[in-house]
Write a protein that binds this ligand. Structure first.
Ligand SMILES: Cc1ncc(COP(=O)(O)O)c(C=O)c1O
Length: 443
């Protein structure tokens, strides 16, 4: 944070506008603390209630979060675009960035040949009237869902998994409602929920998915939606197991007050079988993204669900953005139909599995416990995140502090393995052993 940035304003609206300006210009960066309410009130000569009102408004819009004794801080991804991304600390020359959570671009299938083939068969330009979910894409998606036991009579297409989740939450919930999320869980989802003016209730997660006790407690707390990551849970790599799916389906059976959302963002990259919860509740949706296996820039996910839920999502899109471009739909279909692309995805999945399993094994050999059953991340419990992140950075490895993903879960760091080479594993595992990471609590 710039210690010099002085929040100004004589009213709560002016104070919150001043904070927003600081976030926009980069004077306040993600994670930066805001002054304590009484301190700022004293500096500005206003009542503490005025500052508290300003902070509440910023919290409801998802710009800041208040966490007990840690005070109020700018959220990791506030819903106001910052003009100066340069405020991020410059990476040390030669440091390896394992913090991103992204697939390895070198392992994504090339789009060029598919675009060229499509160009050859494109007819006259498409107008408003011909747009919708393309029947051929819907049929292919249904086949894929059917193979995994997901009922998909009703489906639509969204601009990615997170776009689908946003549309689902907006269609079913009202500001102030609570959403049950995995803890630890995906940071962007936590930021989205805050930006929608919703509240989170954390559900502990183990290697088999959200715990039954955790979901039960969230239901008792009155959550209106539950988001479950089917496989490659971010950040722990958990995958919903067959037994856990049975237990959760039993617990959720018939709950008419709950919207059940499943996020299968890893899709074809997850090499473990899918155990869906789809259909356990009257209101449900299963979202499968193409980002991880085929490329995030395709911006496409297929969303299956009960008739009313799919109609709400599709109908709301119709009065807004309209549809996901049929150009992208055709491109995704071309990728799905291509055996050579399927082989590339299979090889990428093998590569991620090898890197992830290799790192977990290398850590186990050094006496360190880590989680990572599926996906591209490994979650390493540590006693102190700042000490671990700093120690690893000094050794040339940039990893993500678990605080971005945690609500009440124990401290940890998240390591994205997607770009690691086999030769990196012992060096990284040694660095982790030297950095004071031993003694972290499991989850
Ligand atoms: C749990 C989870 N869901 C969804 C996504 C992204 O999906 P999309 O690009 O389709 O929005 C990610 C990306 O990291 C993720 O970790």
């Amino acid at each position: 944070m710039s210690a010099r940035y002085q929040i100004s304003g004589a009213t709560s609206a002016a104070i919150s506008a001043s904070v927003e300006t600081a976030v926009r210009t980069g004077a306040l960066a993600p994670g930066d603390p805001l002054p304590a309410v009484r301190t700022l009130a004293g500096e500005l000569g206003v009542s503490p209630a005025t500052v508290a009102r300003a902070y509440r408004e910023l919290r409801q819009r998802g710009l800041v979060a208040t966490a007990g004794r840690h005070g109020t801080r700018v959220r990791p991804r506030p819903p106001v675009a910052a003009r100066r991304a340069a405020l991020l600390p410059p990476p040390r020359p030669g440091a390896r960035d394992l913090a991103g959570g992204h697939p390895d671009r070198r392992l994504l299938p090339p789009l060029g040949p598919h675009l060229a083939a499509l160009a050859a068969e494109f007819g006259p330009p498409t107008g408003y009237a011909e747009t919708a979910v393309r029947p051929d894409l819907a049929a292919a998606a249904r086949d894929r869902f059917a193979a995994d036991g997901v009922p998909a009579d009703e489906l639509t297409v969204t601009g990615g998994a997170l776009d689908g989740i946003e549309r689902l939450l907006a269609a079913h919930l009202r500001p102030g409602d609570a959403v049950a999320v995995e803890d630890p869980g995906w940071a962007n989802l936590l930021d989205l929920i805050a930006a929608l003016g919703l509240r989170t209730v954390g559900v502990p997660v183990d290697d088999d998915g959200p715990t039954v006790a955790g979901v039960r407690a969230a239901l008792t707390a009155g959550v209106r939606a539950l988001v479950v990551t089917s496989r490659a849970q971010n950040p722990t790599g958990a995958a919903v197991s067959a037994d856990r799916a049975v237990a959760l389906r039993t617990l959720l059976a018939g709950r008419a007050d709950l919207l059940l959302i499943e996020d299968d963002h890893a899709a074809e990259l997850a090499r473990v079988p899918l155990h869906p919860l789809a259909g356990a509740t009257p209101a449900w949706a299963f979202v499968r993204s193409v980002s991880k296996p085929y490329g995030p820039d395709l911006r496409l996910a297929v969303l299956a669900g009960d008739e009313a839920t799919v109609a709400r999502v599709a109908g709301r899109a119709q009065v807004g953005a309209g549809w996901v471009s049929t150009v992208l739909q055709r491109l995704v279909l071309s990728l799905w139909r291509d055996p050579a692309t399927a082989e590339l995805v299979r090889r990428a999945a093998d590569g991620y599995d090898r890197r992830r399993d290799g790192l977990v094994a290398a850590l186990a050999a050094r006496g360190l416990a880590a989680h990572g059953r599926t996906g591209i991340n490994v979650w390493v419990p540590v006693p102190d995140e700042t000490v671990a992140v700093t120690g690893l950075r000094d050794a040339g490895w940039v990893v993500a502090p678990g605080s971005l993903y945690r609500i009440a879960a124990a401290p940890a760091v998240r390591i994205t393995v997607s770009t690691l080479d086999d030769t990196d594993l012992p060096t990284l595992a040694d660095a982790l052993t030297r950095a004071p990471v031993k003694g972290g609590a499991p989850y």
